[in-house]
Each structure stands twice: as C-alpha cells, then as structure tokens.
Write a protein that binds this ligand. Structure first.
Ligand SMILES: NC(=O)c1ccc[n+]([C@@H]2O[C@H](COP(=O)([O-])OP(=O)(O)OC[C@H]3O[C@@H](n4cnc5c(N)ncnc54)[C@H](O)[C@@H]3O)[C@@H](O)[C@H]2O)c1
Length: 338
C-alpha cells in the first residue's frame, strides 16, 4: 500500500492529536517529520513515536524532499505564511482553520492556493466530517425537514479550558473568527446559501482578560442568509457542564437537532444530584472521528488525485462572515455582506 509521507508543523493541543492520527490511525499515511518551535515537543514526539525527522524550524523541514505533504497545525497567526511556503516548495497541504487571521491575509492566501491548483489544499472544517453532521446534511438534502427556515448553533467551550483560551487569545483572531467560524461554515453548508445581513453582540461577562486582546468571552450573532433563512449563533468559553456543541435546523416540515445534550458516553450516574449524564470535555473527544475522517479524506484526495471538498473558497466565505460580525460588534450596527 502506498503511504503518503507527511510532515506536521505544530504539536500543541490539537497538533499532537493530528500527529498521532497520521502516525498510528490512518493506514495509508506515514508521519515522516515533526516540527514545532518548542524543542521539548519535537523531542517528545521523536522519542515516544520514533519519528525519523524533527525540526524546530519550518523552512528546514520544507527542504526535506522525502516528505510529500505538509500538515499545518501551528498557531493561527502562522497559517497563511506556512501554507504559502509549503505550496511554493511543492507540497500538498492540509491546514487547520482559520486560513488566516486578517481579511487581507485570507484573500492573499486564497489567491496563492488557487495559483497552485496542481497541488491539493484542504482546510480543517472538520465538523463536515463528523458522522452526525454528515447524516444531518444527507437528511436535509433529501428534504426530510422540508425547506430550512431557521438554524441555531451553539459552540461553547468548557470553563475548565478558559486559562488555555486566555493564553491563546493573542493569536486566535478572536471569538468570531476562532470559534464561531465552524458554525458559519456549517450554516453555509447546510443551507447552500450565503450570509447577507449580520448583527453581532457580546462581552466579557466573566473574564476581562480576553479584553486585553480585543476579544470577548461570550458572543452571539444573528444572520439573514440570501435565501431568507435566519441563523442564530452563540459561542462562548465559559460552559460549566462541558464542551457544548449543538445545532438545530427548523424546516417547513420538521426539525433536526445534532448534539442537543452533549453526552460524553452512555453512562448515567444516579446520586444526590439526580440522574447525571457527563458531557464531552473538549474538542478532542467530541470530534475524534471527524479529525480522523478529514485526514483520511485529504490523504485519499492526494493519492487518488481528487479535489478536496473543503478548500480556500470555504475559508474565505466563512472569514467574510466572521469579519462582518467583528465589524457589527464594534459598530453596534447591522452589517451587509456584499
Ligand atoms: N478544528 C478544531 O476543532 C480546532 C480546535 C482547536 C484548535 N484549532 C486550530 O488549530 C491550530 C492550533 O491550535 P492549538 O490549540 O493546538 O494551539 P497551541 O498553541 O496549543 O499549539 C500551537 C503549536 O504551534 C507551534 N508553533 C507556533 N508557531 C510556530 C512556528 N512559527 N513554527 C513551528 N511551530 C510553531 C507551537 O510550538 C505549538 O506546537 C489553531 O490554528 C487553532 O485555531 C482547531
């Protein structure tokens, strides 16, 4: 079996998971090289997993022609630059979301990606690869809930992860771009339509620390799509009960919900608090299958010469919505996306 030889940059909270998936969970992949600016992370990966090459400098990794594809899982501020360098060096590229953290950067990198259309590029909107979201999309497209007229999306991180989020805030691009972007992409995907009118609000209700980076701890947006569907989004970082990802679509003939109780597993504890179902602790366990499936899809696209289903265009459109939210949040006015 042909194995795609991959090098990954970024071995942090999510990069380590992607690296493990490449190394151990996808049969037609090989983790040939790892890279992080943190020496201890590359040492640990190399020693624990027996990885052939390890780098603390991304440009050095790109000189290694044994590698066939690059996985970008570094901080969001690095994506645009590293995607460009990897494409210019002749690699196929998978990048975590977001494409970049400014509108200009995203437009620029989208042009670069389109220029390199002989290379595969895929963006990590992994919810499109989650089995429940795939099933929901199929049911909507089959008309099982009629025509969607309202979509409601919650993405709330557990408060147990808030200190990591505060540390990450300087390089995240803010709540609308960092977190809500997943739901903007899902809404576009489910509705087959583009966002038109945006109103966004939010605040630092508990953690003023986010304010130092112009960010907020909880926010929401109301968006009208071009086909008339209304969408309501809530994203936050202070969920007491766990990682709460929930999506509801109301149609003319029925309603569909994904993850309305974010249950971790089938265990129920009966105690002085009643019948207790624990919730997902974070993205790593809720989207475990999705991370694996998106990686497998990218590798299949490279090996079978297929166009990846999620690319620069999806990144640009979701970023446009995030920036309209940022603008509306600052101006407290309705923003039209042209
Ligand atoms: N799809 C999702 O569900 C999801 C969830 C979490 C994070 N993310 C995205 O994944 C990316 C990584 O997030 P994280 O939480 O793992 O961040 P993190 O801060 O934990 O890790 C960042 C990693 O990148 C490395 N790095 C930073 N700059 C570098 C450079 N110039 N060269 C080499 N290595 C560099 C760091 O050393 C570290 O290993 C972010 O863009 C984030 O938005 C996506």
């Amino acid at each position: 079996m042909k194995k795609l030889k991959m090098g990954i940059v970024g071995l942090g909270r999510l990069g380590k998971k992607h690296a493990e998936n490449i190394a151990f969970r996808v049969p037609n992949a090989e983790l040939t090289a790892v890279c992080s600016i943190k020496q201890e992370e590359v040492d640990e990966a190399q020693e624990d997993w027996g990885i052939k090459y390890a780098y603390t400098n991304f440009e050095e990794m790109l000189k290694n022609k044994e590698i066939e594809a690059i996985f970008v899982a570094s901080s969001s501020t690095e994506h645009c630059n590293q995607i460009e360098k990897a494409l210019e060096a002749g690699f196929d590229v998978f990048s975590e979301k977001p494409l970049g953290i400014t509108k200009e950067e995203v437009t620029y990198i989208s042009d670069v990606i389109n220029k390199h259309n002989d290379k595969k590029f895929m963006l990590g909107f992994m919810r499109r690869f989650d089995p429940s979201y795939i099933d929901a999309k199929k049911k909507i497209d089959m008309g099982q809930i009629g025509k969607p007229i309202f979509i409601r999306c919650y993405s709330i991180d557990p408060v147990s992860a808030v200190q990591a989020a505060i540390a990450f805030a300087e390089k995240s691009g803010g709540l609308f771009l960092d977190m809500m972007i997943h739901d903007f992409d899902l809404a576009r995907w489910f509705l087959n339509s583009e966002a038109k009118t945006v109103f966004a609000v939010g605040d630092n209700y508990i953690y003023p620390e986010f304010g130092r980076h112009g960010d907020i701890d909880n926010g929401s947006a109301m968006i009208e799509f071009a086909n008339g569907t209304v969408a309501s989004f809530f994203a936050g970082r202070t969920s007491a009960h766990g990682y709460h990802i929930e999506t509801e679509i109301i149609g003319t003939k029925g309603t569909l919900r994904i993850g309305n109780i974010p249950e971790k597993n089938l265990v129920t504890i009966f105690n002085e608090n009643g019948a207790v179902r624990e919730c997902h602790e974070g993205f790593l366990n809720r989207f475990e299958d999705a991370y694996l499936n998106e990686l497998q899809e990218f590798i299949n696209c490279v090996l079978k010469d297929r166009k990846p289903p999620v690319g620069a265009y999806e990144g640009v459109k979701a970023t446009e919505i995030a920036y309209a939210c940022k603008q509306s949040f600052s101006s407290k006015e309705l923003v039209m996306i042209k």
